[in-house]
Design a binder for this molecule. Structure first.
Ligand code: GRG
Length: 300
């Protein structure tokens, strides 16, 4: 029996996430191809049960400009591969020394540290090659394949994910104020949300002004996502997050600086900023507004 109930955004999100889940395995080398251990570890890290929120940002931004195609799905998957790479590295003994990720042993615990490192760089390089191939196929008028690869490289580099992680590792608790914490997480988390939106907009040949607007949206959503992650770290159980809960107990987080209510208020402010960046798009941007609301209310 078919129901006439409109689909909720959570359901829409799962439909888009499923498109990513269906495509990701096809973009990765098979497990039985040499080097088997590295390929198995790449697939283990990338195909584990994640939310796929970043690739969904790419898909929704491209859809805002009326674009949806296989190469755009591939671009979205490339963002998920970078995310998987960053999770492997973040979990290493020399970084967070995490035991659990997505409810399973972290990649280095399952495969050993050397294989985990090779798998991380395997995923990163696969991501770049996918972006180059998809951008050449899409050939948007305003952006070259080099532009798209360049935007991704900047997001990952020492001014983005790597920079945020480095600042995090080198910060002593007494150095951390709100400004520094925002800088760390704008790099660690915000930069990949930004790249996800940029690739979606460039793939759809958005105008520069439109690209800037969705970039502002994504930066703010990315930072709000990290703040809600901090709130979940103290509120949710391991079963809900798939990570060791209280993993951030020794770290300075938004919750430690602002308290739970203060952190939630900051996340709401950032999400309101994000939504304001979309004003010029009118109702067409409703799915992105729904995504921002979803980030504010997420339970894992
Ligand atoms: C070279 C790519 C690269 C990175 C090196 C290690 C590092 C620099 C950066 C760490 C970035 C990092 C892991 C930040 C944490 C971001 C975060 C909130 C992760 C959890 O994301 P979810 O909730 O996870 O989307 P799922 O499992 O759903 O995918």
């Amino acid at each position: 029996m078919s129901s006439s109930r409109p689909r909720s955004f959570g359901e829409d999100l799962r439909v888009l996430a499923r498109r990513v889940d269906d495509r990701l395995p096809e973009l990765l080398p098979p497990e039985d191809e040499l080097p088997r251990d590295v390929h198995r570890a790449m697939r283990y890290a990338a195909l584990g049960p994640g939310k796929r929120i970043r690739p969904v940002v790419t898909l929704l931004v491209a859809e805002l400009f009326g674009a949806s195609s296989r190469p755009i799905l591939d671009l979205a998957c490339s963002i998920e591969l970078v995310h998987a790479c960053s999770l492997i590295l973040d979990d290493l003994p020399s970084m967070d020394d995490a035991r659990l990720r997505r409810g399973r042993p972290t990649t280095h615990r399952e495969f050993g540290e050397a294989v985990a490192l090779l798998a991380a760089f395997g995923l990163l390089n696969r991501a770049y090659s996918i972006v180059a191939e998809a951008a050449q196929t899409l050939a948007p008028r305003r952006y070259s394949a080099e532009d798209m690869v360049h935007h991704l490289a900047v997001a990952i580099g020492s001014g983005g994910l790597i920079g945020g992680q480095a600042l995090d590792l080198s910060s002593r608790p007494e150095d951390l104020d709100l400004e520094r914490l925002e800088r760390i997480h704008s790099g660690k988390t915000g930069a990949l949300f930004l790249a996800a939106a940029e690739l979606g907009a460039m793939a759809a040949d958005a105008r520069r002004k439109e690209l800037d607007a969705v970039s502002r949206f994504a930066k703010n959503v990315g930072l709000a996502f990290q703040i809600t992650d901090d709130v979940l770290d103290v509120q949710a159980t391991t079963g809900e997050t798939g990570k060791d809960s209280g993993q951030d107990a020794d770290k300075i987080t938004f919750v430690k600086l602002l308290g739970i209510a203060g952190a939630q208020t900051l996340a709401e402010e950032l999400l309101a900023f994000a939504a304001a960046s979309l004003e010029a798009f009118g109702k067409k941007a409703d799915p992105l507004r729904a995504l921002a609301r979803f980030v504010g209310q997420r339970g894992r």
